[in-house]
Write a protein that binds this ligand. Structure first.
Ligand code: SF4
Length: 215
């Protein structure tokens, strides 16, 4: 049976991605329970809904394809859960396929997308006792990009554990991380809630707290 402590400290794979993109945004979502959608979020959701249309397995090009596969890894050092867009099974073994609407202009992948798939690999390898392949599929260019996760496993493993530790520490303290000085906000769906330029420190919460404590 899962202990209460383990259940309470479980982290969703999706929230790791939020944390990497902007720790402040992650805090608004996970600690303040705020959420807002925009064009980018809606487009990504529609694409995922198509993938997750589950009657969730079929055969294609000699592969057995499973969609919307729930995964987890309950080892204490990870304690993760989430859903894999697509898991392909072939004579080569298992391959995680994560769908993204748009390929970045100047790179093969974004760091937060790579870490999302690494966390999925940690779960799939744990459940199926394997060493799965990992690819991103970009809808706009209809192309797959293989991720170098097996080759740089130790590097990404250390990074993932560091993110998880930091997230758990913030959660324990109930603290929303400050906005980073070099944070890029283009395309963020939370701009209207966050108002990043509203105060010196960049947080509405801080501005309200300051106002209240001045009274
Ligand atoms: S608007 Fe900028 S600082 Fe605020 S949550 Fe979005 S990315 Fe983070």
């Amino acid at each position: 049976m899962i202990s209460r402590e383990l259940a309470e400290s479980a982290i969703s794979i999706r929230s790791i991605q939020h944390f990497i993109y902007c720790p402040h945004r992650w805090g608004l979502i996970e600690i303040d329970r705020a959420w807002a959608e925009n064009y980018f979020v809606t487009k990504a959701n529609i694409m995922h809904e198509r993938v997750h249309d589950s009657d969730n397995h079929y055969n294609a090009r000699g592969k057995r394809v499973y969609t919307a596969v729930p995964v987890y890894n309950d080892e204490k050092e990870y304690n993760l859960y989430g859903v894999v867009d697509c898991l392909e099974e072939s004579e080569k073994g298992l391959c995680v396929v994560e769908y993204k609407p748009t390929k970045p202009k100047d790179a093969d992948y974004r760091d937060d997308d790579l870490m999302q798939v690494f966390a999925q690999k940690i779960c799939v390898d744990y459940i199926f006792r394997c060493d799965c392949d990992t690819v991103l599929y970009y809808g706009d260019v209809r192309r797959r990009v293989k991720l170098p996760l097996r080759e740089r496993y130790d590097f990404y493993d250390a990074k993932l554990k560091d993110f998880l530790t930091r997230m758990r520490n913030y959660m324990k303290r109930g603290e929303i991380p400050e906005i980073g000085r070099s944070q890029r906000c283009n395309g963020c769906s939370m701009k209207d809630l966050c108002m990043p330029k509203t105060s010196v420190s960049g947080t509405v919460r801080k501005m309200i707290t300051d106002t209240v404590s001045d009274d």
